[in-house]
Design a protein around this ligand. Structure first.
Ligand code: GTP
Ligand code: MG
Length: 312
């Protein structure tokens, strides 16, 4: 399942306690060693938008605690660090402070929660005034942060359009994605990504009237459009009213976030094999000065032309 929102607690390791211990007689004096440091928790940024699925159902990710010190002045082991893998584009919000961190490409590994220091053992408290200290420090707790993680896909192009208008079919032709295709609405239930050369294309579930207020599947996925560079708006050539189809989707984008319709846009008249030349001419006219490209998955040349255009 594709997951793009979750809440989780991230926690570094607790420092190990210092040890209270004494040499055996006749030596006497304290020999309790220090506790180990708690492991740090790192965010490791990866290029896989599907990675959040691994955290499904998890409430806590934590690094290892430091180990308690031992007699004979032995230090406890440090706790192991822990990496949590999160995708590029994720926004991490600290639920207590409201602080936000956005994971960008090129970020690698970010120290997010610092492990607690280990406590000092009683050996370290020996002094001329107190040659047999009977106390040691407990270790310090590691940092702990309750966060929400929200992912917005980072893509160059976002495919938008009514259900069944051929978005996923196009994604499969333009990239090596293998999105599910069906001759019924709402075949796509979660976003798909594919690469066309160096450009990433995102395919989201179809939008219908009312999508921005929760109808269909749209509203859950409209946020992914916020981060794309340009829109590829599919309109099927066999539609009764292509302009109305287009306006419906534009209105939903606008109601969700007016910024969305300011993005550059290419209208793709899809399934052109289903319309005769005259009808195609009519449809093109409807969109007047807008940038329109005709395409059919059964027309190899049209797909290759579109690939060239998108890559450039
Ligand atoms: N004739 C023809 N049929 C096409 C073409 N492209 C897609 N189709 C068909 O149209 C139907 C819908 O295709 P999808 O790619 O699943 O459409 P979608 O826009 O992703 O649909 P949702 O995921 O439901 O929003 C399928 O039966 C496809 O085989 C085309 O160029 N020509
Ligand atoms: Mg689809």
């Amino acid at each position: 399942m594709f997951i793009d929102e979750l809440e989780i607690t991230l926690k570094a390791g607790h420092g190990g306690a210092g040890k209270v211990s004494f040499y055996r007689p006749p030596m006497r004096g304290p020999d309790g060693g220090n506790g180990g440091k708690g492991g740090d928790l790192y965010i490791k940024v990866v290029d896989d938008p599907g990675i959040l699925a691994r955290l499904s159902g998890k409430k806590l990710v934590e690094a290892q605690n430091g180990v308690m010190g031992q007699g004979n002045r032995k230090f406890g082991l440090d706790g192991q660090d822990k990496d949590i893998l999160l995708p590029v584009g994720a926004l991490i919000k600290d639920l207590n402070t409201g602080e936000e961190l956005e994971l960008k490409k090129g970020d690698d590994r970010i120290l997010f929660c610092k492990g607690g220091l280990g406590g000092r053992g009683n050996y370290e408290f020996k002094s001329s005034r107190n040659t047999t200290p009977e106390y040691a420090q407990s270790g310090l707790p590691g940092e702990e942060k309750a966060v929400s993680i929200t992912l917005r896909l980072i893509a160059d192009y976002g495919l938008v359009g009514l259900p069944n208008s051929g978005k996923s079919s196009l994604l499969n032709e333009l990239t090596s994605a293998q999105a599910k295709i069906g001759d019924y609405p709402f075949t796509t239930l979660e976003p798909n990504l594919g690469a066309c050369g160096k450009k990433i294309i995102a395919d989201i579930p179809g939008l219908i009237e009312g999508a921005s207020s929760g109808k269909g599947l749209g509203v859950n996925f409209l946020k992914h459009i916020e981060k794309v560079q340009s829109l590829l708006h599919t309109v099927a050539a066999d539609s009764q009213d292509p302009l109305q189809d287009y306006e419906t989707v534009r209105n939903e984008l606008k109601s969700y976030n007016p910024e969305l319709i300011k993005k550059s846009e290419l209208i793709l008249i899809t399934k052109t094999d289903l319309g005769d030349k005259n009808r195609l001419k009519e449809i093109k006219k409807l969109f007047k000065k807008k940038k329109v490209v005709e395409v059919s998955i059964y027309d190899y040349d049209s797909i290759e032309k579109l690939k060239d255009l998108l890559r450039s």
